[in-house]
Ligand binder design. Structure first.
Ligand code: GDG
Length: 483
């Protein structure tokens, strides 16, 4: 553990989770293992250059691990009690805000005790940020779990610059208005100087909530709020997140990964067609709709002989009831399709309720002729971008829900409305039957966009706008490409 130093960090990231996981060490003690995600990849260079700190929860119930250095990053671990894990994380974050912000696909639950826990935990994060930030520092707060932090932090530290990025959609006002604490949430967010969203539509929805829930006036992407010391301008705009494109394309180019991809195909026997789905097992991802469409296609023979769908459904939020129910439903449907249409040596669906290393994921992306990304609602969806990044061979087609942020950017995809099962079936068939030349043209267009705008550019454009204020507010909004 490094000695606790305060007020000396020029750049502070505040996210619900630390970019490391606590694991059992070889000596029986506890160790921290990096959990590489897009966010840490994007922010690591900025963190290192600025000697930044990352504030987050370790992921377990129990006391705070406190500040420590891991892998060259300064981490400040906060603790959540077992009750807070239930009420804040599983409750207000995952059973109130998550369904509400994803168009009420599941019914959001509103409990006052959950809200109280949300306020208390947000306050703890804000206090930790106030303690770490140097005078005039930049603090970047992430996601729906921490929407009250900007205001709470500003109240303590009027000198810091505060950015907030929302990774999930911001809902239309008729839905958002259901939240009993809508005003507090909007006011919490307005503590920031810059609010980033995945799509323009999310920013527009937020600006409308400012007008309707708080009665503020908005002008373009700007909201003006009056405060005791004068008035302040806040900007809300789209900054579509991306991935470490070159890093992933590099993994997909490796000999061992390409060899593994051939092994996967061999292990499937002689599949007529390989389709792939990769999702956290979450009801927003449209897995049931996808399975219904695919099952009917297999039954009708429209995909030709022996198609195989590999469905990776990585375990997620297993203590939340809606997720347990979904798992049961998915597994019943997979069993039914395989039971009715499989035979000895052939299963139409390979369902994998597991998590895999990045190399294995890249090998699967390379094996897939048709990638199915069909969420009912998704802020961005990184899986779609990962598939495109891996296809150095410019082969493969992407079926993509129009209700994802990625659909605004990846115009070479076959866009679908996943609620329309017949439309989904027709689109999957179309994607499977595309000529190689047409598939290549589409893949090239998607790769061009992706390689131009990777996660480093995303972070840089957000931070530059935050530093530059209104005159630099030229958000990297996604412009659809001609397809
Ligand atoms: C939220 C928003 C937004 C999945 N299984 C394995 C694995 N994954 C990786 C994927 C991808 C990531 O998890 C999932 O990212 P998504 O973007 O698809 O979705 P969410 O988790 O819901 O993320 C979303 C995102 O935040 C970023 O702003 O795009 O809209 O909901 O990277 O590859 N990775 C490995 N093994 C697995 O088994 N290694």
């Amino acid at each position: 553990m490094s000695p606790i130093k305060q007020h000396d960090r020029d750049f502070v990231v505040v996210a619900s989770r630390l970019p490391v996981d606590r694991v059992e060490g070889t000596d029986g003690g506890q160790e921290w293992r990096p959990s590489p995600g897009g966010l840490v990849t994007a922010l690591e260079p900025v963190m290192r250059a600025a000697g930044g700190a990352w504030i987050g929860w370790s992921g377990d119930a129990g006391p705070a691990p406190g500040p420590f250095d891991a892998d060259g990053l300064h981490l400040v671990g906060l603790g959540l009690s077992e009750t807070e894990v239930k009420r804040f994380y599983e409750g207000f974050c995952n059973a109130t805000l998550w369904p509400l912000y994803h168009d009420v696909i599941a019914v959001p639950q509103f409990h006052r005790s959950w809200w109280d826990a949300y306020v208390a935990v947000n306050r703890r994060f804000a206090e930790a940020a106030a303690e770490q930030a140097a005078p005039g520092a930049t603090v970047w707060v992430h996601d729906y779990q921490l929407q009250l932090v900007p205001k709470m932090l500003r109240e303590q530290r009027g000198d810091v610059r505060i950015g907030f990025f929302n990774h999930i959609p911001f809902p239309g006002y008729e839905i958002f208005a259901q939240l009993p604490w809508r005003r507090q949430v909007v006011e919490g967010l307005l503590g920031a100087d810059l609010l980033g969203f995945q799509r323009r539509a999310d920013a527009t929805n937020f600006l409308r909530a400012c007008r309707r829930a708080v009665g503020l006036t908005t002008r373009g992407s700007t909201v003006r709020v009056s405060e005791p010391g004068g008035s302040r301008e806040i900007h809300a705009a789209a900054f579509p997140i991306s991935i470490d494109v070159k890093g992933l394309a590099g993994i997909a180019r490796r000999d061992d990964v390409r060899k593994r991809s051939r092994e996967v195909c061999d292990a499937l026997g002689e599949p007529g067609l390989v389709l792939l789905g990769v999702d956290r097992l979450d009801y927003t991802k449209g897995i049931l709709h996808r399975l219904r469409a695919y099952g009917e296609l297999v039954a009708s023979g429209r995909l030709g002989p022996r198609p195989v769908l590999i469905q990776v459904a990585s375990p997620s939020r297993e203590r939340v009831e809606a997720y347990r129910t979904l798992r049961d439903e998915v597994e019943v449907m997979v069993g039914r399709i395989n039971g009715e249409h499989g035979e000895v040596g052939y299963a139409p669906v390979h369902y994998l309720h597991q998590s895999y290393p990045r190399e294995e994921m890249a090998a699967l992306y390379l094996a897939a002729e048709v990638m199915l990304v069909t969420p009912l609602r998704d802020g961005m969806n990184l899986v779609a971008k990962e598939y495109v990044a891996c296809r150095n061979d410019e082969n493969g087609t992407l079926v993509l829900s129009e209700f994802t942020g990625a659909a605004d950017e990846l115009a070479g995809a076959f866009l679908v409305n996943p609620h329309d099962i017949d439309g989904l079936k027709d689109t999957i068939v179309r994607a499977a039957q595309t000529s190689p030349a047409e598939a290549r043209r589409r893949m090239r267009a998607m790769r061009k966009r992706l390689f131009e705008y990777d996660v480093a550019r995303w972070a840089a454009s957000f931070l530059e706008t935050l530093e530059g204020g209104i005159s630099a507010a030229q958000p990297a909004a996604a412009e659809p490409e001609a397809s």
